[in-house]
Design a protein around this ligand. Structure first.
Ligand code: SF4
Ligand code: MG
Length: 337
């Protein structure tokens, strides 16, 4: 049997006035129940678009999605809107970066949290209220019985994010997609929310796709990491593997911009300089080559600007450097002493 969530050769292309944007360009990954996959990359790497296409939230008139997304054996890429609607907020749920855009100022927090439960479970008003209070309690909102009737503006930023988590989990989803859920919060609250997510995952057993630009956050929550660049996955492995012995020069750049390592890194070698690739006309070969400090090291007749490196299945990186070069360069030039 396949993985609980299985994404195979996913392409998400959309038309703009300037041409076709290849937001996701051939992406594959697996995720099991109770596991967290961290997808990390800069903005424009395709990570958020991936999440939207899993949920079926892209615009079908301008967006072309191909490949396979199987959730518990059910095909999502070709699914009807009605099917997707019955899954969203129910079997799969999402937490976004900014709860203020997701919560309406006109309705009480409780009413909004309870909405998916009424809709998908056909629960009565009283049942929904009880369940909502229970969820507010679970996510650590004090005096849930009173706060359920508050409006979003009466909640702090951290409490609003907790409310969003309560809403996402109210139907006990099998898959939770969290897109930069803590980015807008201060560090202390961020740590609390991450702890809360981990605890709730234990309780609910959901599979979580955690999307972020911050490798430090991933280190705290994920089991596996997928690094995305220019709409493609460039490295994958367990958190331990990727953080201890990252193989792709782009991952080195992400690592070196983590605060704990930042001070020790040789600036000239940090491959994070420059801008992310255009998704309209991505660079040929390795999309990272215009920013990479190691193009001249590649041997064996391979060219970074002409030959596209392939990401192997399982642990690995899409890079023409040999495994030996990757570990040597990382240890000698990138890793802080
Ligand atoms: Fe750098 Fe070449 Fe590896 Fe791409 S394939 S990351 S350009 S060394
Ligand atoms: Mg994004």
């Amino acid at each position: 049997a396949g993985a609980f969530l299985s994404v195979r050769d996913l392409y998400v292309h959309f038309d703009t006035e300037d041409g076709t944007v290849k937001a996701v360009d051939g992406l594959s990954f697996d995720l099991e129940r109770g596991q967290t996959l961290g997808i990390v990359g800069e903005s424009g790497s395709g990570k958020s678009v991936t999440n939207l296409s899993i949920l079926g939230l892209h615009n079908p008139r301008t967006t072309e999605v191909s490949g396979e997304i199987l959730l518990d054996g059910q095909e999502l890429t070709g699914a009807r809107e009605k099917t997707l609607e019955s899954l969203r907020g129910n079997k799969m749920a999402m937490i976004f970066q900014d709860p203020l855009t997701a919560l309406s100022p006109y309705y009480t927090v409780g009413r909004q949290i309870g909405e998916p439960y009424r809709k998908h479970r056909g629960a009565s008003k009283r049942e929904t209220r009880e369940r909502t209070i229970e969820m507010l309690d679970k996510v650590g909102i004090p005096n849930a019985k009173q706060r359920v009737d508050d409006y979003p503006h009466q909640f702090s930023g951290g409490m609003r994010q907790r409310a969003m988590i309560a809403m996402a989990l109210i139907c006990d989803p099998d898959l939770l997609i969290a897109d930069e859920p803590t980015t807008a919060l201060d560090v202390t609250v961020q740590a609390q929310i991450l702890d809360l997510l981990k605890d709730l995952q234990q309780e609910f057993g959901s599979a979580i796709v955690f999307i972020t630009h911050d490798l430090g956050v991933i280190a705290n929550v994920a089991d596996d990491i997928l690094v995305m660049y220019g709409g493609r996955a460039v490295e994958r492995g367990s958190v331990r593997e990727v953080l201890r012995a990252p193989q792709h020069p782009y991952t080195w750049g992400l690592l070196s911009s983590m605060p704990r390592l930042g001070g020790d890194v040789n600036e000239a070698l940090s491959p994070i300089h420059g801008t992310p690739p255009s998704l309209l006309s991505p660079p040929p070969g390795c999309a990272f080559h215009p920013r990479c400090g190691f193009v001249d090291e590649v041997a064996g007749g391979l060219s970074c600007s002409a030959d596209r490196p392939v990401l192997p299945a399982g642990r690995g990186a899409a890079c023409h450097l040999t495994a030996e070069q990757q570990s040597t360069f990382f240890i000698e030039q990138i890793k802080p002493r």
